[in-house]
Design a protein around this ligand. Structure first.
Ligand code: NAI
Ligand code: MG
Length: 504
């Protein structure tokens, strides 16, 4: 057999081998919209081998607080692709969010939510909107590391990592390239969070030049989301951190008029999960009236992801044509625009009838012209020199005069460590604070090497040993101070790895 024949045979095998997908029927309207969608996929010639798994309410109520059982994990491990209808999370009783569990345990780092306007068939004020929000899915304030530190102060840790930022930002550019998008906008708040959001911004600036054909820009999240809400047509792909992405993806779906129409993808290195963005709609479950469009769009994204782009286009184009024809479910029905009020299965029937056809007014789907698979290289860690230069000691103290605690701490000298300043809620209150600054019971006391006090010019900090920190803590304990936590101060390759106090 010639090499060419062998290659052709391999290609055919790849095309003809069905792709395994773990399919969850979900709860509420889930089974109805999943049945409709699977019928459409079958009729369109999607080459899938579904393995049905149980997720959600039934599993929760059987006493499994995670909502997913071992059998489902096995199926997911084998198929690597999950197609999921919405599930109901029972209220109370400590049930864990299944979505968070799946996201975190499978490393689904990217949440991808395209929002398109389908005006005039679906009402929106923004007929030209067509934006994809790519949200980091694992880090940021969603790590869930929270502490109550004093009677009055509570804390949530915001974690932004270099591998996490590189991965999501590269994914955004690769997505733009694969799906023929023109611009990627990064949204951050690095004017305030210079170190965490600053890293995200910096990584964006490092990666953007590798994609010269794609325009790139960065906006501060507050004005960025305001502009997104006012002029969504000016955006193409948006990449952002977890919390901001959570918020702006809902804003985008809402103003696009398509909350019931959007699908979303959760993408990991090995596994990907596709679902509608809406929930299980218990109020209309079992009535046959639910709109299956969100799940259909999730299926289109899944087909594109597994390389069945022409089938993806076929389904999407038939769906667009059905919308244009005015066959609308109750949630999108508009007097004067819609032609016929249809139920879930009828909508699917009309769509199946339209397979092979194309929309006449709305833009045609062109996933087929994309460049295909997205590959994210493994993270390469570049070693840096890390040096301890001081410590922030957080003290619980009920007094109100910063000079009182400041003078007491300033007199302490341990080896070479000495108090540099105290802040309260980030504002410098010692030395020389302002009377007006309100102080809580949470005092951040910065101790640095003595040399740093003597040498006023850069570099400001001198290397210390951790032993000195331990000795300092021991001394503070002896003097009766209530130390609630410490945070070491490091320099990396000589660059300060901590923020200055406001007013420092
Ligand atoms: P929901 O999205 O289920 O419903 C909100 C409203 O939109 C309801 O009036 C519903 O009838 C309507 N709606 C939603 N999808 C529709 C569709 N396809 N066609 C027509 N109308 C539709 O949100 P809700 O009520 O806050 O949550 C219900 C349940 O869904 C909860 O148990 C929640 O935990 C779960 N949920 C699950 C999600 C998932 O599995 N990914 C996501 C969001 C919520
Ligand atoms: Mg949300």
């Amino acid at each position: 057999m010639s090499l060419l024949q062998l290659r052709q045979q391999l290609q055919e095998k790849r095309v003809n081998t069905p792709v395994k997908v773990a399919v969850a029927h979900g709860d509420g309207i889930g089974p109805e919209i999943m049945a409709a969608t699977l019928r459409i996929l079958d009729a369109a010639g999607a080459n899938l081998e579904p393995e049905f798994i149980d997720l959600g309410e039934k599993v929760y109520l059987s006493g499994n607080t995670s909502g997913i059982d071992a059998g489902a994990w096995d199926a997911i491990g084998e198929s690597k692709v999950i197609f999921k209808a919405p599930i109901t999370t029972p209220q109370g009783k400590g049930y864990k969010s299944l979505n968070v569990t799946l996201r975190k345990s499978l490393g689904l780092f990217a949440n991808v939510r395209p929002v398109e306007a389908f005006s005039p068939y679906i009402h929106t004020n923004f007929p030209d909107m067509n934006v994809v929000i790519i949200r980091e899915n694992e880090e940021d304030l969603y790590a869930g590391i929270e502490h109550r530190q004093t009677q009055d102060v509570y804390q949530c840790l915001k974690l932004i990592t270099r591998p996490g930022s590189e991965r999501i930002i590269r994914y955004a550019f690769e997505y733009a390239r694969a799906y023929g998008r023109k611009k990627v906008t990064c949204m951050v708040k690095d004017n305030i969070m210079k170190i965490t959001d600053g890293l995200f911004h910096q990584v964006f600036d490092e990666i953007a030049p590798e994609y010269p054909e794609i325009e790139s820009e960065t906006q501060i999240i507050d004005i960025g989301s305001a502009r997104l809400a006012a002029n969504p047509e000016n955006y193409d792909v948006i990449v952002t951190a977890n919390l901001y992405g959570d918020i702006i993806s809902d804003i985008a779906a809402e103003i696009g008029g398509s909350v019931g129409m959007c699908g979303s993808a959760n993408i990991g290195k090995n596994v990907a999960m596709f679902e509608a963005i809406h929930g299980s709609a218990p109020d209309i479950a079992g009535k046959g009236v639910a709109n299956p469009s969100g799940l259909i769009n999730a299926a289109v994204a899944m087909l594109a992801h597994i390389g069945q782009t022409s089938v993806a286009d076929k389904v999407k184009n038939a769906w667009l044509r059905t919308l244009e024809q005015g066959y609308h479910t109750a949630d999108i029905f508009q007097e004067g625009i819609s032609k016929e009020l249809v139920g879930t299965q009828e909508f699917a029937d009309y769509l199946i009838f339209n397979l092979g056809g194309a929309p006449k007014k709305l833009p045609k789907s062109t996933l087929e012209h994309g460049t295909g698979k997205i590959h994210i290289p493994d993270y390469v860690r570049r070693p840096q020199q890390k040096e301890l230069v001081g410590v922030d000691v957080f003290i619980d103290w009920e007094g109100s005069d910063p000079d009182e605690i400041g003078d007491a701490l300033a007199n302490i000298e341990v080896y070479k460590l000495k108090l540099k300043m105290i802040t309260n809620r980030g504002v410098k209150v010692y030395p020389k604070g302002l009377k007006e600054t309100y102080c809580t019971d949470h005092w951040r006391c910065r101790f640095v090497g003595l040399d740093a006090h003597i040498n006023r010019r850069e570099p400001d900090y001198a290397s210390i040993d951790f032993e000195q920190v331990v000795a300092l803590l021991s001394k503070l304990y002896d003097l009766g101070f209530d130390v609630i936590k410490t945070e070491n101060l490091y320099e990396f390759d000589g660059k300060r790895g901590f923020s200055l106090g406001q007013g420092e």
